[in-house]
Ligand binder design. Sequence first.
Ligand code: HSE
Length: 298
Amino acid sequence: NEIKIFCPATIANVSCGFDVLGLALESVGDEMVVRKTRGKGIRITKLEGQDLPMETLDNVAGVAGLALLSEVDYDGGFEIEIYKKIKAGSGIGSSAASSAGAVWAMNELLGKPLSSLELVKFAMEGERLASGVAHADNVAPALYGGFTLIRSYDPLDIIPIHTPKELFATVVHPQIEVKTSDSRKILKTNISLVDGIKQWGNLGGLIAGLFTEDYNLIGRSLVDHIVEPIRSILIPGFETIKSEAIKAGALGCGISGSGPSIFALSKGEDKANQVAGAMRKVYQKIGVDYDVHVSKVN
Ligand code: HSE
């Protein structure tokens, strides 16, 4: 009647896949305890680590959970305890970890009546509350693990993508908060055909590189001509961090989700640690407070 789970942090977009591609981190994330109650509805009974609303309708886990409850045949309710390690507004899927975690745990406690695809739909309601848009590129990898492609939103079609064994992510978080809703408002709603051609070439290349474990192709494809030039303006030292990460041996580097975190992908953990060192040096030199994580992609 009770379950304790790990809710992974996720990197959305992964450079060329705005709103359609995301990956899950194996060792960065929150914890959550979910238990069945006789009383109906959802209650958030504990929320540690971040200053976030506990009112069910204002909490992403609460809203995602209610969406699930409205579709299942179950008389009772749930209590949720959330232990946040992921900072809100850091760009590594804080809201997604809570939304996806809540619905995943509830489904387990109910004997798994729902598919992963259905769980993504409910978790997306949490994302709608957090950012104004029900994007799935954080909740899908949080629920499926590894790399996940949203081939289509309507109808929702999610494709798990092969994740090469030696792929590690380095994520550096300059200590500022960027709300996804704000960093979406500054984007243009139209793109040119020229930019489209570059972007879908890279997205196709990245997916092919992941399936064939061609690290060089993965690196060549980690390019974003559309969103990064606009959003990177909000991120201190972005261009320097990126060039130092590449110099240190990263395959590629870009904005994690809607930022301000910056991610790099590397082949092997040692390389990912060297990249972390290079990123640290940049922020120490220009005096930006930061934290940095290295994790396997899984
Ligand atoms: N695809 C979303 C965005 C992810 O970039 O706005 C937010 O984490």
